[in-house]
Design a protein around this ligand. Structure first.
Ligand code: DX5
Ligand code: ZN
Length: 251
């Protein structure tokens, strides 16, 4: 049984000139996490956001932050990101970037944050299996990290299933890359419960509605999995209507 479904909106595809409006809009939809993609131009071929952005976002929202470090030498930057974020927020590093993951996890937790570990599509689950008791979340990449808008790589699905079968009950398993309303049920059925989406939220006209749809589809997939005899239209959904979607204008 996986923990409850959470939608993490990746602001990588948000309009950077209207970030505050975009964040207020996804807040209205009841988004669970704000996913911040930190890229250094070394570990991935793109450069994005740093602690300064994290600090700014922290000033305008209470939604927990999900900081995805796609950087080399993460141990050098954890403290700065932890200070910019807040207690209870989450920092995830990539297993490919460190030989001392346990020390890195302690560094993050000692700063009062939750710790996550991520693995690329070609990295085997064995690389993180000994960490499942030590982390709060495992992030399975379903695209090669670097850019929003890529296609979902379905061969990572068995990795999600394996990690869910080994994980303690409360462990969050996050999937990131290429998720849409059409394919979200696939990783959820394998055991993912934290779903990242950038393009599927911010590249359409109605980000608030998109979040609600993603959550409904994910919860429906879980219900179908557990009540496979029931017909989808008979399955009561647990969320969907709380909060309203209306246009947000900051200025
Ligand atoms: C990719 C990032 C993802 C990305 C997802 O390297 O880690 O979080 O923003 O974007 P979509 O949802 O558009 O694939
Ligand atoms: Zn990400």
């Amino acid at each position: 049984m996986q923990p409850r479904i959470k939608i993490a909106a990746s602001i990588l595809a948000a309009n950077p000139m209207r970030l505050e409006e975009e964040i207020k809009t996804i807040e209205m939809a009841g988004v669970d996490l704000i996913h911040i993609d930190v890229m250094d131009g070394h570990f991935v071929p793109n450069i994005t956001m740093g602690p300064f952005i994290v600090e700014g976002i922290k000033r305008i929202t209470k939604i927990p932050l999900d900081i995805h470090l796609m950087i080399e030498h993460p141990e050098r930057y954890v403290k700065t990101f932890a200070e910019a974020a807040g207690k209870g927020d989450l920092i995830t590093f990539h297993i490919e970037t460190t030989k001392k993951p346990k020390e890195l996890i302690s560094l993050i937790k000692d700063a009062g944050l939750k710790a996550g570990v991520s693995l690329n599509p070609d990295t085997p689950t064995e690389s993180v299996e000994n960490l499942l008791d030590a982390v709060d979340m495992v992030l399975v990449m379903s695209v090669n990290p670097g850019f929003a808008g890529q296609k979902f790589i379905s061969r990572v699905l068995p990795k999600i299933a394996r990690l869910r079968s080994l994980a303690p009950d409360e462990l969050d398993i996050e999937v990131d890359g290429g998720i849409t309303a059409e394919n979200i049920s696939q990783p959820v059925r394998e055991g993912a419960n934290v779903i990242v989406a950038a393009s599927a939220i911010f590249k359409i006209n109605d980000p608030c509605g998109a979040i609600k749809t993603l959550k409904q589809k994910a919860e429906q997939a879980i219900w179908e999995e557990y009540h496979s005899a029931a017909k989808p239209h008979q399955i009561p959904l647990r969320t969907g209507d709380e909060g309203g979607c209306k246009k947000v204008n900051i200025r």
